[in-house]
Ligand binder design. Structure first.
Ligand code: ARG
Length: 584
């Protein structure tokens, strides 16, 4: 579809130029092919064509009414691959030559395979992605699902479009909470219990600290003092801190393994401890630091924001200071063209504040190269989540539940499936990711397990089932010795049905969808697209005979169409971190 859009845009642009010359509105000549290509819309109803070009925006530059422009542009317009052009009001409706599109699309998919849908837009550019980044000593709960899967999906999308990507887990491994943890451990903990209980044992200690501190607030002072000593390198505390971090990471890594996620760097907040003094010095030199009640802050009232907090009264550093230091370090280390931060919308102000501070420090790149990608809250069956009380829904419990239920369904559907456990794990975890990534990221989500796991609804298991169905048809065709699978298509003599054309048209949209998901930082575009492909493919599968079709040319076309579906679904699954299974 992209190529067609470009071709149509080029032809329309030439027409616009002629029109502008004719009526003396030369400023219309400033438009580029990309401007025009970006104006196309997809009509909601196929009767209105496959692509529509609205002329409303041109009315001002060309000083003519949109319907008049549309008529003038359509007059004598011809585009390769477009079989008909109709003028309706201020629109040009373009009808794609179906058989040309069918051949081009299928040939492109079968030739590009795993690369189909991607692009080279990011060639030579580097993107740093900061995501997941849990706070050490706390378990991985459902609130982290968003940053982890949206972040990783954005990494996949960027890599698919040619960017060099650096995924960073900016672990929350520094701050007063470690003072609390160490005080609690020394008072009430022991090594063996923590080794055995991992994050759960750490959380218990953390919860106990808060309960006790309610009764005896001096515990908070003790914790602060311990953290200040950590910042000065106290060896006993640093040893404990390292151990606590290891225990937490052990647990996080289990979750990452299930999700198929790896990071290029685990440089968390603590990594910046020794880089902080230089940043504080620079802020002072640039006259940005102000002392307020003993603390060091940056006044942002000119920008309608509360002050950005850099140092506490006791001189220990704060979260924004570590982010400023990390951004400078990353710029110098990776020379990024963009650095993306994926966190809950609750941190939007934090990012707006310190992005502004970098700008005030004179780093112009902060304006357009630092991007915060926020997402909404998650609740389970209506209940909000919190960490403080220890009353959280753990990701590992959620995954285990999903895996168990999927196993039970699979036992019924396909009891003799080889490798059943592994498949149940990927379908169960995939169901949760799919459900989560089905809504726009900024929306608040209420998680309903039954809805996520159903094999019938618009779910991950349904999508994976469809993929397995396509895989099985292709393997059967191969086993039957059909010649010409996965090779350029010959459509002469094949009567392509309406369902088939609809499916091909949807497959042709994939590169556009990838681009949209990338530019909007919105993996849900891909999730919803997967559902479109599945719906079209299942309609095709139910309506026509594939392997038992008698006409050899038609049979080969249908097998190749099925293979194309398999490639596109597989590529789309990759982008949203869903594993592919040939059999379910
Ligand atoms: N650790 C933080 C949290 O769990 C998220 C860190 C996000 N990244 C960053 N560079 N601030 O809330």
């Amino acid at each position: 579809m992209n190529q067609l859009k470009q071709a149509a845009a080029k032809a329309i642009l030439t027409k616009i130029g002629m029109l502008a010359d004719a009526n003396g509105t030369a400023n219309a000549n400033a438009l580029s092919t990309d401007d025009i290509a970006g104006m196309f819309e997809y009509p909601p109803d196929p009767k209105m064509g496959d692509l529509a070009f609205p002329c409303f925006k041109l009315a001002k530059t060309l000083r003519q009414a949109p319907p008049k422009i549309a008529a003038a542009l359509a007059d004598g317009l011809s585009v390769d691959g477009i079989s008909d052009i109709q003028v309706v009001g201020g629109y040009l409706n373009l009808f794609v030559d179906q058989s040309g599109m069918a051949k081009n699309t299928l040939d492109a998919i079968l030739a590009q395979k795993e690369a189909y849908g991607g692009s080279e837009e990011g060639k030579g550019k580097t993107v740093v992605l900061d995501y997941s980044s849990p706070n050490v000593a706390k378990p991985f709960h459902i609130g982290h699902l968003g940053t982890t899967v949206i972040g990783h999906s954005l990494k996949k999308l960027h890599a698919f479009c040619g960017y060099t990507c650096v995924g960073i887990n900016h672990l929350g491994d520094w701050g007063t909470q470690f003072g609390k943890m160490i005080v609690a451990y020394k008072k009430w903990g022991d090594r063996e219990t923590v080794e055995r209980g991992e994050c759960d044992a750490l959380v218990e200690l953390y919860v106990k600290f808060h309960e006790e501190a309610e009764k005896d607030p001096s515990l908070n002072d003790e914790a602060r003092a311990v953290f200040t000593e950590m910042e000065h390198g106290n060896p006993e505390y640093m040893e404990l801190w390292k151990w606590i971090k290891e225990i937490s990471l052990r647990e996080y890594e289990k979750t990452y393994r299930q999700l198929g996620i790896t990071f290029d760097s685990y440089a968390g907040e603590s990594f910046y401890t020794d880089k902080m003094p230089a940043v504080v010095e620079e802020l002072k030199e640039k006259n940005l630091l102000k002392i307020d009640d003993g603390a060091s802050i940056i006044d942002l009232s000119d920008y309608n924001m509360p002050p950005c907090l850099i140092l506490k009264r006791d001189g220990s550093t704060l979260y924004p200071a570590r982010d400023i230091s990390a951004a400078l370090y990353r710029k110098n280390t990776y020379h990024f063209d963009k650095c993306i931060y994926v966190t809950s919308a609750g941190q939007s102000l934090h990012f707006a504040q310190w992005f502004k501070v970098l700008e005030l420090m004179g780093y112009d790149w902060a304006k357009d190269q630092l991007v915060h990608v926020p997402y909404g809250t998650v609740s389970i069956d209506g209940g909000k989540l919190s960490t403080r009380s220890g009353n959280v829904v753990l990701l590992r419990d959620l995954f285990n539940q999903a895996i168990e239920k999927v196993s039970a369904i699979m036992d019924e559907k396909n009891p003799n499936l080889p490798d059943k456990e592994k498949i149940a794990e990927s379908v169960g975890v995939g169901a949760i990711i799919f459900y989560y990534l089905s809504s726009g990221r900024i929306r608040d989500i209420n998680f309903v397990m039954e809805d996520a796991l159903s094999f019938e609804g618009n779910t991950g298991p349904y999508a994976q089932y469809t993929y397995a169905r396509a895989s099985s048809i292709v393997s059967k065709a191969e086993a039957a010795g059909i010649v010409g699978i996965d090779a350029p298509i010959d459509l002469s003599g094949v009567a392509v049905s309406e369902e088939e054309n609809a499916l091909i048209k949807t497959l042709a949209l994939f590169p556009d969808k990838v681009k949209q998901a990338l530019h909007e930082y919105e993996p849900s575009v891909i999730t919803r697209y997967i559902l479109d492909v599945c719906a079209d493919f299942n309609r095709f599968y139910h309506d026509v005979q594939i392997l038992s079709c008698e006409d050899a040319c038609t049979r080969l076309f249908r097998v190749n169409l099925t293979l194309a579906v398999k490639y596109v679904l597989g590529n789309a699954f990759e982008l949203i971190c869903i594993q592919k299974n040939e059999k379910i």
